[in-house]
Design a protein around this ligand. Structure first.
Ligand SMILES: *Cc1c(COP(=O)(O)O)cnc(C)c1O
Length: 486
């Protein structure tokens, strides 16, 4: 899209809303902070300083305590301030703080790979650790291309992803993403050979007369048709988030969708790359989100991130199926990609401590059980509200989509910032939630995302939901009062 054309102008006007990346702080909203050297996300709005974090609570410099009901961006899993993790990090720091992976490895990295891939679950055989979800996506894309390159299928050059998805912010990861507000300004720099098919987003896109199965079949046909347009022998991979995260707000695919997708990919030997950076590592109530898509729905490559280190370390990973590893074994025997800080010992030891704790305390199971509680509370308390269109999610990963009318599912004007307003009110009332905009189509739509740490209690959830309801009610009142002016 060029800057001059009409469609992009629409989105450009919109892309820089405060909610493009979620949070909007209430502190010093418009104060210029030229006295600070940090390039914050906003030049006009300085974020609150957090001086202390413990369990599900953040303590601000002002002394206020906030319940972290979104784990940052669905990052915090075991809660903040865990001393067992602190001790593991310190102990690793004292033993080995850094070695280059070209020549060395550490038990921290080996053990982390082992705890995730012990027994080769679903044929996943190897783990590659990097510092962020975006880097993991770039590594996954290169690995997928290298796999075919070494097999002699060098004509495979296309990647197919989905609209309304997010895969990261580096040039590669952003190219496959379609979160429009986050990518439009950089369009001329992005990679070619990438196309996007429809999202699996039943609330907005399943037609009224369609059954779920018919909707799935329509999406499957679209994917098959897209592969044929490109020539299936020219396609490297199809990419998708099993449960779409920040872009649309915790949207799982309709039943049967990933089964159909897997079958179509298998038919043409196109790789299936699942991006579980946000929804993986237990967040949806199973260690891998794809496990809930039915037997045999197994990716060739999966990326993990946020929940891996639970916020204690900047770490993400690529998990690779035996099929791909065997491909490299039969070829150069190398992965032609690397970074200075890959498998960083401190990050790996820290994430290992987090994962040990998740396992020992059965936190993934807990996440699933508490998810049932949270779902019930959200449906009971918010389901009938006039601007609540849809409540969806799994485990400790729930999205609430706001619409102008329940019947039409029409979105509010972006300028209204419905999601951000709810987030701000909730924050004022002591609960942090993650707002999103452009939910429906990259331009319009509003949601908030709830992703509490897996350790929340039923009482915590009741408090969180009560605050979200109060925040919503306040915004509803504001909007109804001002309706004539909107
Ligand atoms: C956050 C996210 C990424 C990017 O991860 P970063 O660590 O921010 O680079 C990629 N994919 C999904 C689904 C994400 O939610």
């Amino acid at each position: 899209m060029a800057f001059g054309d009409k469609t992009s102008n629409l989105a450009i006007d919109h892309y820089a809303t405060p909610s493009t990346y979620g949070f909007q702080s209430t502190a010093a909203q418009t104060k210029q902070h030229t006295d600070h050297a940090m390039l914050h996300r906003s030049l006009t709005c300085k974020p609150d300083t957090v001086s202390h974090a413990s369990s599900i609570y953040l303590t601000l410099e002002s002394g206020r305590t906030i319940i972290d009901a979104c784990g940052g961006a669905a990052v915090t899993s075991i809660g903040h301030g865990n001393e067992e993790v602190h001790a593991a990090a310190l102990s690793q720091m004292k033993r080995v703080s850094y070695v280059h992976t070209g020549a060395y490895t550490t038990t921290a990295a080996e053990d982390l790979a082992h705890i995730i891939l012990d027994g080769n679950p679903y044929g996943l055989e190897k783990a590659f650790f990097v510092g962020s979800g975006s880097e993991a996506m770039d590594a996954a894309l290169k690995l997928a291309r290298q796999y075919f390159y070494e097999k002699g299928e060098k004509e495979r050059r296309f990647l197919v992803a989905r609209k309304q998805s997010y895969h990261g912010n580096t040039i590669g990861a952003m190219s496959v993403s379609s979160n429009l507000p986050r990518k439009i300004p950089y369009e001329p720099l992005l990679l070619p050979n990438i196309s996007h098919v429809s999202p699996a987003y039943a609330y907005q896109y399943k037609l009224d007369f369609e059954t779920e199965a018919q909707y799935v079949s329509r999406l499957a046909t679209e994917l098959d048709t897209e592969f044929h347009r490109l020539g299936p022998q020219n396609v490297i991979a199809f990419l998708a988030e099993p449960v779409v995260g920040a872009t649309t707000g915790c949207v799982p695919a309709p039943p049967g969708y990933f089964r159909a997708v897997r079958d179509i990919c298998t038919k043409y030997d196109i790789l299936l790359i699942l991006d579980e950076v946000m929804c993986g590592m237990g967040r949806t109530g199973s260690l891998f989100a794809f496990e809930q898509e039915g037997e045999g729905v197994v990716p060739d490559i999966i990326t993990i991130g946020k929940g891996l280190g639970g916020g204690y370390a900047p770490i993400a990973g690529v998990l690779v199926h035996k099929k791909i590893v065997d491909g490299l074994r039969a070829g150069t025997g190398m992965f032609n990609h690397g970074q200075t800080y890959q498998a960083h010992p401190l990050n790996c030891a820290t994430a290992l401590a987090v994962q040990k704790l998740v396992k020992r305390e059965g936190l993934v199971g807990r996440c699933k059980r508490m998810g049932v509680v949270l779902e019930r509370m959200l449906r009971d308390k918010l389901g009938d509200k006039m601007y609540v269109g849809d409540i969806r999610g799994r485990g400790m990963f729930w999205g609430i989509e706001f619409v102008r009318g329940k019947g039409t599912k029409e979105a509010f004007e972006p300028g209204l910032e419905f999601g951000v307003r709810v987030q701000r009110k909730a924050f004022d009332l002591g609960v942090a939630v993650y707002p999103g905009s452009a939910t429906r189509d990259g331009i319009k739509g509003d949601h908030i995302l709830l992703a509490p740490p897996y350790i929340v209690t039923e009482g915590d959830l009741a408090t969180i939901v009560k605050v979200v309801v109060d925040a919503y009610d306040a915004v509803e009142r504001e909007i109804r009062t001002n309706r004539a002016r909107i």
